[in-house]
Design a protein around this ligand. Structure first.
Ligand SMILES: NC(=O)CCC(=O)C(=O)O
Length: 270
């Protein structure tokens, strides 16, 4: 931890239903759930939103629905962060940059300042992302009160190279906004836990709930510690899922099992 770091971070995951193709409805609904989160007895330091929360996977209409340059998203999330003095790991939204659409996470600090932007690097073909979206080209880390965090989005967690790159860059917590449906709950829980254990980092994953067409999204938003222990897990209904990160724990775990000191990258196949 760096100087001035907080010993703990209280997390609130906004496990929300998303109305497909209705950005205005979703923006207002998530704002209501975020207000509920900050009104809780234990106020969160960090609020986390699900993937593609503005439009859902209305990919056939995404060109008209996406947020131009993310302007509306940035304005609303920055204002909320400043008004309540909280960090926002803004899940992700469909944003339009020029003639391209990206699946992008915006992060804001307690004064409403923009602290990171990450576009999903691995596009999920089972949900036709590659037909409508452009992939991001850069791994991203950011700071939360002195704790270094890594950005990922949903399908990204199937690529251990990304989370390992973020861990090697010093990230002690991995954020995973998602729209992850049945029947792959076992994969969700196993992959999130594996990323936490192998990288000795917290994993903070916020999934949506509810049905869109034939697809049922199961929630089960999770906070997992660097030992792979589940701190908190949502059910399959809308909820604000909360938990607390001990910011010193990742270094304690690395001191007990020094995986990163024991690596032998010169022997690994490229
Ligand atoms: N939105 C997504 O990236 C879904 C990823 C998913 O469901 C998977 O099994 O991977």
């Amino acid at each position: 931890m760096t100087d001035g770091a907080k010993p703990q971070l209280n997390i609130a995951l906004i496990q929300a239903y998303i109305e497909i193709g209705e950005p205005g409805v979703n923006m207002n609904h998530l704002a209501e759930m975020m207000e509920k989160a900050v009104a809780a007895e234990q106020k969160p330091d960090v609020i986390v939103l699900p993937e593609m929360w503005n439009t859902g996977y209305a990919l056939d209409r995404i060109g008209e629905l996406a947020d131009p340059n993310g302007e509306e998203t940035k304005r609303r999330l920055s204002d909320f962060a400043k008004r309540h003095g909280v960090h926002i790991v803004g899940g992700s939204v469909a944003e339009k940059i020029g003639d391209r659409i990206y699946n992008t996470m915006y992060v804001f600090g307690r004064n409403g300042e923009s602290t990171a932007k990450y576009s999903k690097m691995h596009l999920f073909r089972l949900m036709d992302e590659e037909k409508f979206l452009h992939a991001g080209e850069e791994a991203v880390t950011f700071e939360l009160d002195g704790m270094k965090a890594g950005a990922s989005i949903c399908y990204d967690i199937r690529f251990p190279e990304l989370s390992r790159t973020l861990a090697l860059a010093g990230a002690n917590v991995l954020f995973v906004p998602a729209e992850w449906p049945h029947p792959r709950l076992h994969h969700w829980r196993t992959l999130l836990t594996a990323r936490a254990i192998e990288n000795q980092m917290y994993v903070v994953a916020c999934n949506r709930v509810g049905r869109s067409g034939e697809t049922e999204f199961f929630g089960h938003s999770m906070l997992i510690d660097p030992w792979g222990e589940v701190i908190a897990e949502g059910g399959e209904e809308e909820a604000v899922v909360t938990g607390t990160l001990d910011c010193a724990l990742p270094e304690e775990v690395k001191g007990r099992i020094p995986v990163f000191e024991d690596r032998r990258p010169h022997l690994y196949f490229k």
